[in-house]
Design a protein around this ligand. Structure first.
Ligand code: GLV
Length: 324
């Protein structure tokens, strides 16, 4: 019997695939930095038994119509808003993601953005690069404290918990909002649960860690930013789609909130023509939440382990279930 054919949508290090070649055969898009064009993807997926995909592939009904004998979609991300999971399930295709292995790395990045935004690190670095460091001045590049402030975590899942632990280490008070209460974290960190409105209006730092769904689309809108303190700093490391970017732009420009640190955007990639780029109080990163070499390798390995399990007739390790 021939080995199942797995289409890999980005060029990945061969040595990571090698251990799996005894049971699987791979075909790989040969570029690491550019997504596979849609026509090529549809052609390849029509021949594949499995796919190792990334967040740039839009796995919708049209894609699935090309997937005549696909058994598994292993998405190299914890988020899976790029996949129509219900439709995949109707096609009897298993979807997997990469939770846990990226939790700490993504929490590190969320906290990096929080620190960088509060202490104006990017602006400060630019002062030296621009040779514009003048005489000492009492409030030159004065930012906001982090210790003794209140963090409001919206979405207290795995990454939210890991951000909460970092916040506790920095001496912050922790507030959170989540669909369900997380009593474990209340006990562990002394975190206080509140409604979305309570948390965003009381927090000095509002950190978005919620997945993008029909319910969370544009959750951070004009009303939400108006409810925040004028000294609030907004951090988003989840999905750009949870933010109304025009409302955020207006809030930052008019001083409705103080600053924002963003790793994700509505339509990625963005470039220097994006309106937020002109704002000195916005720190912007190109979706690098889980981007450490160690974690990216673990994510790839978890995708391959999920695929292997399925073709060995076993349960996948991290399946995404369609919502009923
Ligand atoms: C990255 O955005 C992920 O969902 O893992």
């Amino acid at each position: 019997m021939s080995k199942p054919l797995i289409y890999v949508t980005r060029k990945l290090p061969e040595e990571l695939l090698k251990p799996y070649e005894e049971h699987l055969q791979f075909k790989m898009w040969q570029e690491a930095d550019t997504p596979v064009p849609q026509d090529v993807l549809y052609k390849e997926v029509s021949k594949a038994d499995g796919i190792l995909s990334t967040i740039t592939e839009n796995i919708d009904i049209t894609f699935l119509d090309h997937a005549s004998h696909l058994k598994v979609i292993a998405n190299m991300a914890v988020g899976y808003d790029n996949i129509d999971v219900a439709a995949a399930s109707e096609h009897n295709i298993i979807v997997t993601n990469t939770p846990d292995v990226l939790t700490e790395t993504t929490a590190d990045l969320a906290f990096t953005l929080l620190l960088a935004t509060a202490r104006r690190i990017v602006e400060a670095s630019q002062v030296i690069k621009d040779s514009s460091w003048g005489d000492w001045a009492p409030f030159m590049l004065a930012g906001s404290d982090i210790h003794n402030k209140t963090i409001g975590i919206i979405g207290m899942g795995r990454i939210g918990e890991a951000v909460g632990r970092r916040a506790k280490g920095f001496g912050m008070d922790i507030l959170y909002h989540n669909r369900n209460r997380n009593e474990k974290i209340e006990t562990e960190l002394g975190a206080r649960y509140g409604t979305f409105e309570d948390v965003i209006s009381e927090a000095d730092f509002v950190v978005s860690l919620i997945p993008l769904t029909d319910e969370t689309k544009d959750l951070f809108d004009e009303q939400a930013f108006s409810a925040m303190k004028s000294s609030a700093i907004f951090i988003n490391v989840s999905r750009g789609g949870v933010v109304d970017e025009q409302a955020l732009y207006d809030a930052l420009q008019r001083g409705v909130i103080q600053a924002a640190g963003l790793d994700v955007f509505k339509n990625e990639p963005i470039d220097a023509t994006h309106p937020l780029v002109d704002l000195p109080n916005a720190v912007l990163l190109p979706h690098i939440g889980s981007a450490s070499v160690q974690t990216r390798e673990k994510m790839i390995k978890l995708c391959l382990d999920n695929i292997s399990q399925i073709f060995a007739g076993k349960d996948p390790l991290t399946e995404v279930k369609a919502k009923k």
